[in-house]
Design a protein around this ligand. Structure first.
Ligand code: NAG
Ligand code: NAG
Ligand code: NAG
Ligand code: NAG
Ligand code: NAG
Ligand code: NAG
Ligand code: NAG
Ligand code: NAG
Ligand code: NAG
Ligand code: NAG
Ligand code: NAG
Length: 857
């Protein structure tokens, strides 16, 4: 009994102290999950509300509570926090806690206690919010079908239908009899917005599974709301998304523009006021809300629509473009229009009220064009409108441009030639060329229509005026005139032109300014062909250099001429020849050698002109020992012959020409070098025999001198041959055209045969050349020089002999021992006018007959 009393006393004591210290009493605690649209599929926020009826003498300005949250079944504490609030007896305090797992996963219990600087109150009982694991009908996974921000860490739970079922990882942590959770799963960015989580568990003898899907994304991030008008009566607003990723949750985003529902990107407002207007766009998705605004006067935000039904009227050099407008408000709207012609902006703009046409000028005739038009506001320009459709048109034909005319002389004929016109220059389809040839005396005029020919032969060239005009359907081109120069122009000497960088270069500084500039002409020197001339006009007073390096053939000699262009016939100023690129030359010809005392004299003919391939710089002569192929000597010469001092023996000689382009193939010659001592001996014997014969003749002549005198002086018989006698026994006969055969005949006693030396081996090749040809007849030291002239002049010269013919003086016998008859014939071929060539290297032709043993014996 006393024990009970004691107990009652103690309790009342404790209660009293409690009442005194416990100035507060936590009451009406409520625990509930916050409800949202998606809280059924996963509630994350736990709300706790309570009231506190603290006593009147509670003095503190702030009141603090400790709050703890547990998993009810497990009784493990998942959160604890101390909060501070203003004391208020009448209102409920609210506290929210966001759980790391959905509240459905398991039951959560909450308890609170009061605490301040002096005193810690007692815990309230546990208040529980029940989870779905108490009476599950089936297995469930939370959260499900919810939207999360990219980068979130989400913990999933799997509730088992029965206690005995256990899921496989990742559901590895048990937090209640039936609930298992994962570690937080981090949702990275990946291209799929939906992620599935599967909870697999053993159900009886087989596996079963339950799953959930979640969506990941961003809150709305739309940008750049811009509102414009296109038809001047309604408004169109546009906006964009900042990132491509944000599109993933776009289907979740809802838009409202000034309260009207819209779909993404564009939204129209039917009415428009002509004053400053504000437009507001609200974008909202499960992860957030974004508001965009735009303020403007719509009349300053005009983006015109495209002109329609665009058409054209084309002339040769201009076109009129016409179109219509679909918007009736445009009829009086001041606008500016731009054109895109062949993809490029036409430099001019066109403006006017309700513009419906424009004219494009300076077009190329007979050319296909495409055009497009767009317009914008001319008063407060904001942006260009849309492009019209592309219209295609072709300008009409117009007279062709003037052709570039030149003249060529080739094989006694003259040709007028001209360059073809490019499509840009012909202004249409060329139908032909009209050539007019006017004689200087005001004579006849010929009109010729040719089609594609670019070269025309003219019969005479004595200052005619030749005019060439191209024609097309629109008419004739301006006339291009050239006055034919009187026959070829050889008044300038021909120089060499060196190649520079594989072409030719001519400095124009040295030429005076002529009325219409200069013409540089070039053609192949040796392979000249009819109409095969190229030329280039250099405009009046153009200084600097002319150069040409493309389309030139290597190893071909070119003749390059500079003409002054004038109102009269073109005048040749300079002519030169050269190779654009020198190549190695061909072989030398007719390589021969002969023993010449102690030396061997090798001689050859030069490489034929068309095979030279460059300017011959010299010849490379290599001497090899026959049989052993050993090089004995190598020498370089500029002459066409060389004397080589060699020991007696058998040799091979190789001669090759070289140019700056390299050394050509060699020509080979093989011969023996005789022993000079034997030659001397043979010569002495031979000449002694000759001397003996001469002495005998002299003696005979002396004995019969009277008879000889009688025979020679009194009556000289009249010559009966067809040719003409040249005094003192030189007799020439005209053979075929251009050839003369001459004989030297000396008066002899009838007892002795006339000593006649036929010269027909020395037939003079005498063309129409105006250059004299001559030869020497040389008896010992006393020369007999005869000058020969071309056939047409020969007679007059013979009538008035101006040449000097000297008979040999009687000579002493020993001096005669080395009698030689030497004739020389140097002739220079006539310049080849056809080819306008350089005077060719003079060719020396020096036959030499030496008094050798064979000849005298
Ligand atoms: C307590 O809260 C009520 C309702 O919010 C308010 O009207 C009252 O002034 C508050 N009392 C104190 C002391 O702040
Ligand atoms: C998620 O977890 C990772 C570590 O796993 C951490 O670095 C990251 O900050 C967390 N993200 C958030 C939003 O808490
Ligand atoms: C209770 O849950 C915690 C996780 O919060 C876990 O670590 C612990 O093992 C659980 N205890 C029991 C007995 O289930
Ligand atoms: C959890 O399981 C244990 C042991 O099986 C049992 O005693 C307890 O009542 C269960 N709790 C609930 C809430 O079912
Ligand atoms: C929005 O407008 C600004 C400025 O005009 C521009 O720099 C930005 O690129 C625009 N944003 C998008 C997504 O186009
Ligand atoms: C366009 O060209 C035609 C024919 O050449 C000419 O008659 C017309 O005047 C030109 N129009 C304009 C606007 O220049
Ligand atoms: C060729 O030109 C001459 C002179 O300009 C002219 O008289 C003649 O009619 C033209 N011929 C043709 C077919 O155009
Ligand atoms: C050229 O000569 C030929 C024939 O002699 C003659 O038919 C032609 O009309 C002449 N042409 C000129 C332009 O003199
Ligand atoms: C080489 O000799 C032949 C025969 O004598 C002659 O026809 C030819 O023109 C000569 N060649 C040269 C390049 O002089
Ligand atoms: C001349 O020929 C020799 C031997 O064939 C060669 O070595 C040399 O280079 C040549 N010289 C010239 C200048 O071509
Ligand atoms: C080759 O021969 C020429 C002429 O005989 C001579 O001038 C030259 O010195 C010789 N060269 C050599 C290397 O023997």
């Amino acid at each position: 009994m006393s024990v009970w009393l004691l107990c009652a006393l103690l309790f009342s004591l404790i209660g009293r102290t409690k009442q005194d210290g416990h100035l507060t009493t936590i009451k009406e605690v409520k625990v509930y999950a916050e409800e949202t649209d998606t809280s059924e599929d996963g509630a994350w926020v736990l709300n706790v509300a309570w009231r506190d009826e603290f006593s009147e003498n509670y003095v503190f300005k702030k009141i603090s509570y400790e709050i703890e949250v547990f998993y009810t079944e497990n009784m493990s504490r998942v959160h604890s926090e101390t909060i501070h609030v203003m004391p208020n007896k009448t209102t409920f305090y609210h506290w929210k806690w966001t759980s790391p797992i959905p509240l459905q996963c398991t039951s959560h219990s909450v308890r609170l206690r009061h605490r301040d600087q002096l005193y810690v109150g007692e815990w309230t009982p546990l208040y529980t919010y029940n989870g779905q694991d108490l009476n599950p009908v089936e297995a469930m996974v939370y959260p499900r079908d919810q939207v999360f921000m990219i980068g979130s860490n989400i913990t999933f739970c799997c509730i088992m239908e029965t206690v005995s079922n256990v899921p496989y990882p990742p559901f590895g942590i048990q937090i209640s009899n039936r609930t298992y959770i994962t570690e937080p799963i981090h949702f990275y960015w990946h291209n799929e917005s939906t992620t599935d989580i599967e909870c697999v568990f053993k159900k009886g003898s087989s596996d079963a599974s339950e799953g959930a899907s979640v969506f990941i994304g961003y809150p709305p991030d739309d940008q750049n709301l811009t509102c414009i008008t296109r038809d001047l009566s309604s408004v169109e607003c546009h906006w964009e998304r900042s990132t491509k990723k944000a599109q993933l949750i776009q289907r979740e985003t809802k838009y409202k523009l000034n309260g009207r529902d819209c779909t993404f990107g564009q939204c129209g407002l039917p009415a428009m006021t002509k004053q400053v207007t504000k437009w507001t766009l609200v974008a909202k998705n499960p992860l957030g809300v974004k508001t965009l605004t735009d303020i403007a006067d719509p009349t300053h935000r005009v983006k015109m629509r495209a002109p329609i039904q665009i058409s054209h009227v084309a002339y040769a050099r201009n076109v009129t473009l016409r179109w219509r407008w679909n918007e009736k408000n445009y009829a009086s709207f001041p606008m500016i229009c731009a054109v895109k012609l062949n993809g490029n902006f036409y430099k001019e703009h066109f403006s006017g009220k309700g513009l419906l046409a424009l004219v494009l000028k300076n077009l190329q005739p007979f050319t296909k064009y495409t055009a497009q038009v767009r317009c914008g506001s001319n008063e407060s320009f904001y942006e260009w409108g849309s492009w019209s459709e592309i219209t295609e048109f072709t300008t009409k034909e117009d007279n062709p441009e003037a052709v570039d005319v030149w003249i060529q002389y080739f094989e006694q004929n003259a040709y007028v030639l001209w360059k073809s016109l490019t499509p840009q220059q012909s202004h249409g389809i060329l139908t032909g060329y009209n050539i007019t040839i006017t004689n200087p005396k005001g004579g006849s005029q010929f009109d010729i229509i040719l089609n594609t020919q670019l070269c025309y032969k003219i019969n005479e060239t004595n200052g005619q005026t030749i005019t060439v005009q191209a024609t097309n359907s629109a008419g004739l081109s301006p006339p291009s005139t050239i006055i034919a120069p009187s026959y070829p122009d050889n008044e300038v000497s021909i120089s060499h032109i060196n190649s520079s960088n594989g072409g030719f270069e001519i400095s124009l500084e040295e030429y005076r300014c002529s009325t219409c500039g200069l013409v540089v002409e070039w053609f192949l020197t040796y392979n000249k062909s009819q109409c095969g001339v190229e030329w280039e006009r250099i405009p009046k007073c153009d200084r600097g250099t002319w150069n040409k390096s493309d389309n030139l053939k290597p190893g071909e000699r070119y003749t390059v001429s500079v003409y002054a262009c004038s109102n009269d016939a073109p005048k040749l100023l300079k002519r030169s020849e050269g190779y654009a690129i020198e190549e190695k030359p061909g072989k030398v010809e007719n390589l021969t050698g002969k023993n010449n005392g102690i030396t061997i004299e090798l001689s050859w003919n030069k490489v034929p002109l068309h095979l030279q391939k460059g300017f011959i710089q010299g010849y490379n002569v290599t001497t090899l020992l026959s049989g052993s192929e050993k090089i004995i000597n190598n020498t370089v010469t500029k002459e066409h012959k060389v004397n080589l001092k060699l020991d007696p023996g058998s040799y091979i000689f190789r001669v090759s020409a070289f140019t700056s382009g390299g050394e050509g193939d060699y020509t080979m010659f093989k011969m023996e070098k005789e022993n000079f001592d034997q030659v001397i001996a043979a010569t002495i014997v031979g000449c002694s025999a000759a001397a003996l014969v001469f002495i005998i003749i002299t003696v005979l002549c002396y004995r019969k001198r009277k008879w000889l005198k009688k025979l020679l002086y009194p009556d000289i018989p009249e010559p009966k041959l067809a040719g003409k006698w040249i005094t003192k026994g030189i007799y020439c006969t005209q053979m075929t055209e251009g050839y003369v055969k001459c004989d030297i005949q000396e008066a002899q006693s009838s007892e002795h045969p006339a000593l006649s030396e036929s010269l027909h081996g020395l037939d003079l090749i005498s063309s129409n050349s105006k250059v004299p040809a001559h030869f020497y007849i040389n008896f010992s030291e006393s020369p007999v020089e005869v000058l020969y002239y071309p056939v047409e002049k020969l007679t007059s010269i013979l009538e008035n002999p101006s040449y000097n013919l000297t008979m040999p003086e009687p000579v002493d016998v020993p001096q005669i021992s080395n009698l030689t008859l030497e004739m020389q014939d140097d002739y220079i071929p006539a310049p080849n006018f056809d080819q306008n060539n350089l005077v060719k290297d003079s060719e020396s032709y020096k036959p030499q007959s030496t008094c050798t043993d064979e000849k005298l014996l």
